[in-house]
Design a protein. Structure first.
Length: 185
């Protein structure tokens, strides 16, 4: 944070030609933009913190990711606060609906995978944005942490695609086939 600030004013002060007043104005604007971005960064972090914590209940493996978000809060000198993520709540609700409504079998599996991929894509979008914000803000350590989780989310998404392609969709179509055969008899 401090590092990026000093870099910003350095950049302004090395520029020749402009009057002192203009320099201050530009420096102020830069600082304001950076603090607004910091605010946005913090809000997004609170959102994904809530989302990851909600996911921990369903997937215990995500605990490491929760810890990383806490580390990013620490790096920015902010208290780790979760703000309810309406989007993730909706995605989890939809996954639960599929599990309740579909009877066990390949169709249900396909539905669960689809719901899982929606979750991963939401996370990928969030971490991608956070990573970019951190880079702009000069938070190098935060960039590394966010990138680590972003890569895990990408891997999880890829795995789901592989599972969906290899087994579930084939089975689902087979199930459908037997059903049509039965009904045509
Ligand atoms: Fe995650
Ligand atoms: Fe994930």
């Amino acid at each position: 944070m401090d590092k990026s600030k000093s870099n910003g004013s350095q950049y302004v002060s090395t520029r020749g030609g402009s009057s002192k007043g203009a320099q201050t104005k530009e420096a102020n604007r830069g600082e304001m933009q950076s603090s607004q971005l910091m605010k946005l960064f913090e809000e997004e972090l609170k959102d994904i913190y809530w989302a990851e914590k909600a996911l921990t209940k369903a997937i215990p493996k995500t605990e490491e990711q929760v810890k990383r978000v806490e580390q990013v809060f620490e790096l920015t000198g902010k208290k780790a606060v979760a703000k309810k993520c309406e989007a993730m709540e909706g995605l989890i609700k939809e996954a639960e609906e599929i599990m309740e409504e579909c009877e066990e079998g390949a169709m249900r599996d396909a539905g669960i995978i689809s719901a899982g991929q929606k979750v991963e894509h939401y996370e990928m979008a969030s971490y991608g944005t956070l990573r970019q914000f951190a880079e702009t803000l000069g938070l190098t350590d935060a960039v590394a942490l966010l990138e680590e989780t972003l890569n895990e989310e990408k891997i999880a998404d890829k795995k789901l695609t592989e599972v969906a392609l290899s087994a579930v969709n084939v089975e689902a179509s087979e199930e459908e086939e037997t059903r049509t055969k039965k009904s045509s008899k």
